[in-house]
Design a binder for this molecule. Structure first.
Ligand code: PXL
Length: 266
């Protein structure tokens, strides 16, 4: 069997549900060999679950990327939490230097429960240098509003407008996930390829834990691309994967729960 390899440049969510933990679990469940360039360690305070960030040095991140890309080689890659404009630029330079293909950008700017942009400089850099290098970009509605320069992205028309604007900035395919961040009873995803919109509206899954859902979804797209699927087929499989993971999600403690990466089987 062919070996399919994917890299994630992402943070560690010590609690295991999001970040590179979610990426690796998803890659494995989908039959892809995963490798990580770790950018930051997020630790949660057991008393109140406040997130504490411990960034990894740029030199160490660069070495990890070299190990993976020069030492082994990849079929696809994704990004997660990047945390500084300098690191965003390193990712852009890496994509160019090695002519990397199947690049999935998850423009992580907000976290569940914190809807303000976490690191404004990094967000600005993502807009400036990563959007145009993405084969697929997967913002949630808050990230989409930021990237598209819109006050809000909530209605279907606004989601479509944001997707068009982001695509015009040079992204190949734009997938905007409204997830739990809309008032209606449907979770709406919109895919725009520069020509056509594909709208996927499904009844929201009640009572599930969605921590790490965005990471898992973008990792599943990355895994599909690593296996040689077209973007559309990779998206369809990723949608299945995240739906199963959400339906089987479970509580971890009084603060958080996680999606189940082990229940999907092809
Ligand atoms: O879900 C966004 C996210 C990404 N990466 C890391 C995280 C989180 C949210 O907690 O911890 C490392």
């Amino acid at each position: 069997m062919a070996l399919h390899k994917a890299m994630t440049i992402a943070g560690s969510d010590t609690s295991g549900g999001a970040g590179m933990e979610a990426d690796l679990k998803t890659f494995t469940a989908m039959g892809v060999y995963g490798m990580t360039a770790l950018t930051v360690i997020v630790a949660q305070n057991p008393k109140d679950w406040a997130h504490e960030m411990y960034p990894i040095g740029m030199d160490v991140i660069e070495k990890q990327i070299k190990t993976i890309v020069e030492g082994i080689g990849i079929d696809a890659m994704k990004t997660g939490m990047l945390g500084s404009a300098e690191l965003v630029q390193l990712v852009a330079d890496t994509i160019d230097k090695y002519s990397l293909k199947n690049v999935v950008i998850d423009p992580v700017m907000v976290c569940k429960g914190i809807d303000a942009i976490m690191v404004p400089d990094a967000a600005a850099a993502i807009k400036e240098v990563l959007v145009s290098r993405a084969d697929v970009i997967t913002p949630n509605t808050l990230e989409a509003a930021y990237l598209a320069g819109m006050d809000k992205v909530e209605t279907l028309d606004e989601i479509k407008e944001a997707a068009a604007r982001i695509q015009q900035m040079g992204a190949g395919y734009v997938v905007i996930k409204s997830g739990s961040r809309n008032d209606g009873d449907e979770a709406v995803d919109v895919l725009y390829d520069g020509k056509d919109y594909t709208v996927n509206a499904e009844k929201k899954l009640e009572g599930c834990f969605n921590h790490g859902g965005g990471c898992t979804f973008s990792a599943a797209i990355t895994a599909g691309l690593a296996k040689g699927l077209s973007v559309k087929d990779a998206l369809a499989e990723a949608k299945e994967f995240i739906t199963v993971a959400l339906k089987n999600s479970f509580r971890l403690n009084q603060f958080s729960g996680a999606t189940d990466h082990c229940k999907w089987h092809k």
